[in-house]
Design a protein around this ligand. Structure first.
Ligand code: AMP
Length: 431
C-alpha cells in the first residue's frame, strides 16, 4: 500500500513537472531559449511537448497536427538547436535540412519561424519557390545553406541545375503532406528520397490522415514515433466554432453587420471562388467597408502586399479562397467566417485553423444557406460531431437586413426616409 502511494506520488510529480515544464527547462541552447522568450513562447504547445523530445533524439516522427497548434515550431526548435550545436564542415555545401511544402505562402511562413528561432546564430536559412527570380536564390545557395524551405518544383529545378546538393542532408521535413498529396506532389515526395543519403531523419507532418496519406507516410518514415493530437476532434480546442443558417442572398448583410460590430477584430472570410471573392469585396465597398482579397489570380507581389497590409491591420478583413489561404499564418485573426461552405470537408478544419493559433483563442462562424446543408452534413460527418448552432431569431434576422448601408437594398432606411419626407410635407401643408 505504502509502495503504491509512493508510486502515485511519483506519478503526480512527473505529471505536475511535465505540465508545467517551460522551454527554459529544456536541454536546448541558451541562445535558442532567448529567441523563444523573445517570441513569447514560454511553454510548449501540446504538439511541441509531444514531438520535441523524439525529434531531439533523432527519431522519425509522423505527426497529425492542424495548423494553429504550433506544429512549425515543433520541428523548428529541435532542428535549429541541433544544427546550431553541430557545426558544418566548411567544404561541405550540402543542404543540412530540407523542408518541403506545398505552397509558397507556407514556405515564407515557415522561413519566418525558422529565422526567428535561429536569430543570432550563424545558421543560414533560405526559401525557394517558383514564380520568383532564380538568380538571387542561386547566389544564396552558393554560400552554403543549412536549412532550405522549398516547394517541390523549384527545388527539383535548382537541383537538376546543380545548385542544390542533398547528398549529406540530415533531416527531411514534409509539412502539410495532405495538401501536397491533394496538389499532386506525391511523385515529387517519393523522388526527393532518391537524392538523399542512406541515413537521415524524416519528420512527416499532416493536418489530416486517411489511407492515402498513411500509405505515403509509411513509404517514407522508418519506425516513426506517431503523434496525433485529439484524434477524435480535428479542430483545435482553442477554437469556438458555430454555424448560422442564413439565406444565400442575405449573407452579405450578416457579414456587414459582423464587421461593424466587431470593429477591432481581424477577420478572414472564406468564399468558394475568386469571382465570389471579388464580388463580395465590391458589395462591402458599396457599404463603405474596406476589404482585401486573396485568390489564385493575384500575382506574387500583390499577394505579399495583401498579406502585409492584413498583417499590419491597416485593413482588417481579408476575403480569400481555400487554395490561396493555405499558407496564411497571421497571428491575431479573431474570426474566421465561412461565407461559403468549403467543397472538401477537410478544408473546414484548415480554414478555421487560421484562428486560435498557438495559445490564442479563436472564433469561427459558418454561414450556411439551405442549399448548402448537404455539405454541412458531410463536414459534420468528417468532424464526428455536430457544429454548434448560433440561434438567430426572426426579429434579429430582419434587423440585420435593415441595418445595411447598401443604398438600394436598405429597405428599412428607404421606408424611414419616405416616412420622414411624408410627414415634413404634411407639416408644410398645415403651415
Ligand atoms: P503553427 O501551427 O505552426 O502554424 O503555429 C501557429 C501559431 O502558434 C503561430 O502564430 C505561432 O507563433 C504560435 N505558437 C507556436 N508555438 C507557440 C508557443 N509555444 N507559445 C505560444 N505561441 C506559439
Amino acid at each position: 500500500m505504502l509502495r503504491d502511494r509512493g508510486k502515485i506520488d511519483r506519478l503526480f510529480y512527473i505529471l505536475y513537472f511535465c505540465l508545467h515544464m517551460k522551454f527554459s527547462q529544456y536541454h536546448i541552447s541558451d541562445k535558442i531559449k532567448k529567441n523563444l522568450t523573445e517570441l513569447g513562447f514560454l511553454k510548449p504547445t501540446d504538439i511541441q511537448y509531444k514531438s520535441i523530445p523524439s525529434i531531439m533524439k533523432g527519431e522519425d516522427v509522423l505527426a497529425i497536427a492542424q495548423t494553429g497548434t504550433g506544429k512549425t515550431a515543433a520541428f523548428a526548435i529541435p532542428i535549429v538547436d541541433r544544427l546550431f550545436a553541430k557545426k558544418r564542415h566548411r567544404e561541405n555545401k550540402s543542404i543540412r535540412c530540407l523542408v518541403m511544402v506545398p505552397t509558397r505562402e507556407l514556405a515564407v511562413q515557415i522561413n519566418e519561424v525558422f529565422s526567428k528561432i535561429a536569430a543570432n546564430t550563424p545558421l543560414k536559412i533560405l526559401t525557394t519557390f517558383g514564380g520568383a527570380d532564380q538568380t538571387t536564390q542561386i547566389k544564396a545557395l552558393k554560400t552554403g545553406i543549412d536549412i532550405l524551405i522549398s516547394t517541390p518544383g523549384r527545388m527539383f529545378d535548382l537541383r537538376s541545375q546543380g545548385y542544390i546538393d542533398l547528398s549529406e542532408t540530415e533531416v527531411l521535413i514534409l509539412d502539410e503532406a495532405d495538401h501536397m498529396l491533394a496538389l499532386g506532389f506525391i511523385k515529387d515526395i517519393q523522388d526527393v528520397i532518391k537524392h538523399l543519403p542512406r541515413r537521415y531523419q524524416t519528420l512527416f507532418f499532416s493536418a489530416t490522415i486517411d489511407e492515402k496519406i498513411k500509405d505515403l507516410a509509411y513509404s517514407i518514415v522508418r519506425n516513426p514515433i506517431r503523434i496525433q493530437l485529439s484524434p477524435k476532434d480535428p479542430v483545435s480546442k482553442n477554437i469556438d466554432h458555430q454555424v448560422a443558417y442564413i439565406e444565400m442572398d442575405d449573407k452579405r448583410f450578416f457579414l456587414e453587420r459582423m464587421i461593424r460590430e466587431k470593429e477591432e477584430s481581424k477577420m478572414l472570410v472564406f468564399v468558394r471562388t475568386k469571382v465570389r471573392a471579388e464580388r463580395l469585396a465590391k458589395a462591402m465597398e458599396r457599404v463603405n467597408i474596406k476589404t482585401l482579397t486573396m485568390h489564385g489570380d493575384k500575382h506574387q507581389e500583390d499577394r505579399l502586399e495583401v498579406m502585409e497590409t492584413f498583417r499590419k491591420g491597416d485593413i482588417r478583413v481579408l476575403i480569400a479562397t481555400d487554395i490561396s489561404a493555405r499558407g496564411i499564418d497571421i497571428p491575431g485573426i479573431h474570426y474566421v467566417i465561412n461565407y461559403d461552405l468549403p467543397d472538401v470537408a477537410e478544408n473546414y478544419v484548415h480554414r478555421i485553423g487560421r484562428t486560435g493559433r498557438g495559445t490564442e483563442r479563436g472564433h469561427a462562424l459558418t454561414f450556411c444557406a439551405p442549399e448548402e446543408k448537404p455539405i454541412l452534413e458531410i463536414i459534420q460527418g468528417f468532424l464526428g460531431k455536430e457544429i454548434r448552432q448560433m440561434e438567430i431569431d426572426k426579429s434579429d434576422y430582419r434587423m440585420t437586413l435593415a441595418l445595411t448601408e447598401e443604398v438600394n437594398t436598405n429597405w428599412q432606411k428607404l421606408l424611414d426616409e419616405a416616412a420622414t419626407a411624408k410627414s415634413s410635407k404634411r407639416k408644410k401643408k398645415k403651415k
